[in-house]
Design a protein around this ligand. Sequence first.
Ligand code: FMN
Length: 170
Amino acid sequence: MSRKGVVILGSSRSNGNTHTIVSQLQQKTGFDMIDLQQYKINHFDYELKNEDDFNALFKKLTANYETFVFATPIYWYTMSGVMKVFFDRISDFLFDEKDIGRRLRGTKMGVISCGSDNEIKAGFEMPFVESAQYLGMEYVGHIHTWIENKKITPTVQQSITDFANQLMEK
Ligand SMILES: Cc1cc2nc3c(=O)[nH]c(=O)nc-3n(C[C@H](O)[C@H](O)[C@H](O)COP(=O)(O)O)c2cc1C
């Protein structure tokens, strides 16, 4: 049984550069996309009293997908705040309803970053690699992308194609 993959878009704009990259990956993989901007997701609360969209969204994601591609712009050398809050909130399901959190075990994680240029600073990947390990997910890899004059360069296009193949193969 092969469940599908989903791209989790963590940009502060729904139709920005990261979305442009994600659209290409979707064309190559047929993966679904969820745009975190479209959901109300509060910061983590130690009392677990949040009443927002996270609980239902996470349950839906973990019930339906076996590959999760986290797509984030680079904001201040790291993942976006939107994406970080999503990771913080996974903790809800490590404190409570742990069976839901455990559904991530054995699933796959891939990461796409989108910056303003081709440089990616050392250390960007670490939180993803470590989170995948902590959650029992298989870390498939990361590609760094960028947009030049509103276009995807051939180099970036090739790395999206290669990454898509890698995500589909595994
Ligand atoms: C708040 C903020 C911080 C940024 N910090 C960086 C950075 O540290 N390194 C970088 O390469 N680009 C940085 N950028 C540029 C974005 O990563 C780049 O424009 C990206 O393609 C934006 O994707 P988006 O349209 O999905 O938001 C920053 C942009 C913003 C808005």
